[in-house]
Design a protein around this ligand. Structure first.
Ligand SMILES: Cc1cc2nc3c(=O)[nH]c(=O)nc-3n(C[C@H](O)[C@H](O)[C@H](O)COP(=O)(O)OP(=O)(O)OC[C@H]3O[C@@H](n4cnc5c(N)ncnc54)[C@H](O)[C@@H]3O)c2cc1C
Length: 433
């Protein structure tokens, strides 16, 4: 924490019960449940001009089926949660960015620095919930060499450009990635009259259902290129092509004026990091226990900031389920002691949640989400071990592929501390074939 308890001149000082950062499905769902409680004041701050988070710009259907029991578009799904939060009595403030943490007047309560058109504020809260979502790694973070032409997007940028009517996208596009969001990009491009020259993945197979991959090929004319990567961008002013390199070293140039880098998610962890919130080495989001508690007292995290990326319904469900732990904290419920970390072994990449509080080992969602870096064959098992004791085995009947949700039951967490001490080290999850 930086700063001083004294407010600089011109900065407003306020206090709220719960401050939620981010008005995506996770933050809004949480706010709707908390605001329905008597005597709990909830404020949600959102840096964009409208609430709703990532779905606001996703014009395709593909939302709502799991939680609202009806298929909706992204904007309709976003409106549903914003309306629900408002009806419950939450305060939503848009165009408001949380920039950092402050030393507030009460050393036991987190305080956040906030900026908006109305000026600077310091908001002290009894509980802060980080619901800042995740983003796709752009070209710069993927270190793709070449020139710096126009026409280079992530899926999120593409959807925003289209949704906000910021001009034509291009005529011929290459989509990098072959996971669910990559096929959203294909559909968005085709809806806008853009030919998809290739969908390119480094993996030897697409990471979607065969029906989705076939639909992209037959209906949208989008050929799939596996085992290859975009190695260089060409063109001055506007993109003129990309160099594609196969694993065997062969390369060729694809003519295109647009490239969309899809997937490869990174939690929006900037604010968490600045506040001294411990990050998990796998997810790179805040490390949390099964009650969404971070290492910092009074600070929680929900939604895709924990696990870039899960479907919107998962984020919203986590928001709803986080209300219980937040209310317990407001009522003076204890902060976890020294938690036991949960780690994964290759080819697994990460697991969330990733801590177990021995005094309160429950997992509100009833399970863990994981990712694998390579295909797991059918009938492999996830094995959970601590200090040489096998706590749980789970068969993966259908196997698993990278970039898709893999779930692990939380039925074993109560046994983590049985007859043991903290020096037994982390819980480890591995794969046995
Ligand atoms: C292109 C694309 C297509 C998708 N398609 C589907 C689909 O078809 N079906 C599906 O179920 N899911 C889909 N998803 C995933 C879905 O959108 C996410 O799971 C969901 O939005 C996650 O919710 P969230 O609340 O965790 O985060 P987000 O929706 O990302 O919301 C986080 C919010 O926090 C705000 N924020 C961040 N930092 C700050 C700060 N410092 N101050 C103030 N505000 C801040 C952001 O502006 C954002 O509005 C898609 C996502 C993308 C990007």
């Amino acid at each position: 924490m930086n700063g001083t308890p004294e407010a600089p001149p011109g900065r407003r000082e306020r206090a709220v019960d719960v401050l939620v950062v981010g008005a995506g499905p996770a933050g809004l769902a949480l706010a709707s449940r908390l605001a329905a409680e008597d005597g709990v004041g909830v404020e949600v701050v959102e840096r964009e001009d409208e609430p709703g988070g990532a779905p606001r710009h996703c014009r395709h259907s593909g939302f709502g089926l799991r939680d609202l029991r009806r298929p909706t578009t992204g904007p309709a799904y976003a409106r549903h949660w914003a309306d629900t939060a408002l009806r419950a009595g939450a305060t939503l403030r848009t165009g408001v960015t949380v920039t950092g943490w402050s030393d507030g007047p009460d050393p036991d309560r987190p305080a956040l620095d906030v900026t908006s058109a109305a000026g600077l504020e310091r908001i002290t809260a009894r509980a802060v919930v980080l619901a800042t979502g995740a983003r796709e790694r752009p070209r710069s973070a993927r270190l793709v060499p070449g020139t710096r032409p126009a026409g280079v997007f992530t899926t999120g940028e593409l959807q925003r450009t289209v949704a906000l009517g910021r001009g034509p996208v291009g005529r011929r596009a290459v989509v990098v990635g072959a996971e669910a969001v990559s096929y959203s990009a294909v559909r968005a491009l085709r809806r806008n009259g853009v030919e998809v020259v290739a969908v390119v993945t480094e993996l030897p197979y697409p990471q979607v259902s065969p029906a989705t991959a076939l639909d992209a090929r037959l209906r949208h004319g989008a050929p799939l290129v596996v085992g290859a990567r975009v190695d260089e961008l060409l063109g001055r002013g506007r993109l003129s092509g990309v160099v594609l390199r196969r694993h065997d070293g062969r390369s060729r140039t694809l003519d295109c004026d647009t490239v969309v880098f899809t997937g490869d998610w990174i939690p929006d962890h900037e604010l968490a990091r600045r506040g001294g919130v411990a990050l998990d080495p796998g997810t790179r989001g805040p490390a949390v226990d099964g009650s969404f508690r971070t290492n910092r007292p009074g600070v929680f995290a929900v939604g895709n900031v924990l696990h870039g990326i899960e479907p919107a319904a998962t984020a919203a469900r986590e928001g709803l389920l986080a209300a219980g732990p937040v209310l317990r904290a407001l009522a003076g419920g204890g902060h976890p002691g020294e938690p036991v970390p949960v780690r994964v072994e290759a080819p697994l990449l990460w697991v969330a949640p990733n801590r177990i509080d021995l005094a309160d080992p429950g997992v509100a969602t009833g399970g863990f989400v994981l990712r694998t870096g390579s295909r797991l064959v059918p009938w492999s098992s996830l094995v959970v071990v601590r200090g040489g004791r096998v706590l749980h085995r789970q068969r993966l009947v259908g196997g698993a592929v990278p970039n898709r949700t893999l779930r692990l039951s939380a039925a074993w967490t109560a046994g983590v501390g049985a007859g043991t001490g903290p020096d037994e080290g982390p819980v480890r999850i591995s794969v046995v074939r």
